[in-house]
Design a protein around this ligand. Structure first.
Ligand code: SAM
Length: 274
């Protein structure tokens, strides 16, 4: 991967993006001064953010392992981010070497880094697209070359729908994607929430202000009932929509939110189309 990050020449001219801020939270190097400044402002206001995003990656890994265990061989990862440890293709192809994976992100850095990583991987690719235009994603010829829509596909919307502000628009995105899928396909969602808010409201507002002022993708946390509605038309896989750390926890991994699942500030779930 290119070392563009911390030392990038002229990087300070780039505005912050959610992808590069997320990379910073995870300790990655693909971020610029504007991202670092914005991410530090979020960390100051939401001190658990780095623990939350690490736990989100563990959830993603558990979800992909579950999907391969039930025979899913194709993955459409929307809002996939800058590659880091435990990318979807690595987890899926460890179980199913020819598992197909298409990464989609609006962030050019995320896509170019993914493409570089996937250079010699004939079963995975990355495309730059906006999740708010789901039909264009479904019609993308590169995606169609890899994914067979007559076979089950897992659609991953992990930590991305909260960057879609409007509730109806977010639901319509899922509906459009669902209508392209055959039975046996799955939907995975991880989503920020402020239910049982652990920080005071003014800090949350300030966190949202950072995304609103410093990135092009404002952050919109949702209630559990709104997250659950994304699964309309799907059968929820046990244990349903729940806190991040409560979804099929791995007994060999330390549960950082064990006594306070609400501190994870994320709801997650998986649905199956029958
Ligand atoms: N899914 C990865 C994970 O959970 O580890 C990355 C999540 S990161 C918090 C959110 C990603 O969504 C970023 O890479 C960002 O660029 C992307 N994103 C935000 N809005 C988007 C949009 N409208 N279309 C596509 N990607 C978007």
């Amino acid at each position: 991967m290119t070392s563009v990050g911390n030392s990038g020449q002229g990087g300070h001219q780039k505005p912050a993006t959610a992808a590069r801020m997320y990379d910073y939270y995870l300790g990655g190097i693909h971020n610029f001064p504007a991202d670092q400044e914005a991410a530090r402002a979020v960390i100051e206001r939401s001190p658990l953010i780095r623990t939350i995003v690490r736990d989100n990656r563990l959830f993603l890994a558990r979800a992909v392992r579950y999907l391969t265990s039930v025979g899913v061989r194709q993955f459409l990862d929307l809002g996939s981010g800058i590659p880091t440890e435990g990318n979807v293709h690595e987890i899926a192809q460890a179980e199913i070497p020819d598992a197909r994976v298409v990464y989609v992100d609006i962030d050019p850095e995320a896509v170019s880094e993914s493409l570089e990583l996937l250079e010699s991987n004939q079963f995975a690719t990355a495309i730059r697209a906006d999740v708010r235009e789901p039909q264009a994603i479904l019609d993308n010829p590169q995606l169609r070359k890899l994914l067979d829509f007559d076979q089950p596909i897992a659609v991953l919307l992990v930590a991305v729908l909260h960057f879609v502000e409007d509730n109806d628009e977010a639901r319509d995105i899922v509906t459009t994607l669902r209508s392209a899928l055959v039975p046996g396909s799955h939907l995975v969602v991880a989503h920020a929430t402020v239910d049982e808010l652990v920080f005071d409201q003014s800090l949350l507002k300030k966190t949202q202000d950072v995304y609103r002022r410093q990135t092009a993708t404002p952050l919109t946390p949702r209630k559990k009932s709104d997250v659950a509605r994304f699964f309309d038309g799907f059968e929820l896989v046990d244990p349903g929509v729940t806190w991040l750390n409560r979804w099929r926890p791995d007994p060999d991994t330390v549960d950082v939110f064990k006594d306070n699942p609400e501190h994870s500030s994320f709801y997650v779930g998986m649905g199956r189309l029958s």
